[in-house]
Design a protein around this ligand. Sequence first.
Ligand code: AKG
Length: 297
Amino acid sequence: MMAKPGRYSRFQQNKKFSSSTFSSTCTLALALLFMLSVLLLMLLALGILSLPITSSDGSSSKANDLSNFVRTTTSDKIDEREEHWTEVISWEPRAFIYRNFLSKDECEYLINLAKPHMEKSTVVDSETGKSKDSRVRTSSGTFLKRGRDKIVRNIEQRISDFTFMPVEHGEGLQVLHYEVGQKYEPHYDYFNDEFNTRNGGQRIATVLMYLSDVEEGGETVFPAATGNFSNVPWWNELSECGKKGLSVKPKMGDALLFWSMRPDGTLDPSSLHGGCPVIKGNKWSSTKWIRVNEYKT
Ligand SMILES: O=C(O)CCC(=O)C(=O)O
């Protein structure tokens, strides 16, 4: 005869039951917590979520604040570039060189991207504001859409960090190729017509990046610059055209920044500049024109 379960054994059974329920609930909760953490980490890694950055005064950062600056000065992927530094070359126009701005790989990447799409360069007709063929500019070139890929986005972010102008104010990069004898006569980057300023307003600054060295000629010349331009250390290496003003000798990876507008917002005629004829070799460069306002692409 089986003994009836007593009160004590029922209590033991209940206890066993509730402790196993408790442990499976715990396991479930831990598993859920683990899955949530993995999901959160994945969202953070993909950049879909970001952690709020808190400034020293305790306020959290907004979309347009300087958190970008902190990011770029500490963690930008610029390590493959050689040592880099900036030089002030003129205050009229305001012009600066950033040595080794691009790595060799980045220069080659831009050239290879552009090569299959090169077309004869045009200039802007000041009467109509439309593009036209010209003997003033004999190079060939093509535009790369702003933000078209990761490498281009990296370069555009670096330009923004260098100029303190938002990426969204930049036109797409233009890649230019000059063969022997090809040139760009002195001109202004700012516009004299209303048509071209409708999107983004006036061009305020230009960043010219040299994607190749040039054996002889091909300098960027500022014929209206003030100051003793024969004092530049590279004076003896300049072509006849290059000696007509303040000149920069193309060197692969270097970037030249100059401002077409003064700090008071007026147009700066001393920003007149041109590309001297290439005498020996090939010149590849890339231009980023930057507007006063956002430029819609
Ligand atoms: O190639 C150069 O040195 C000058 C180019 C230029 O003037 C421009 O892209 O606006």
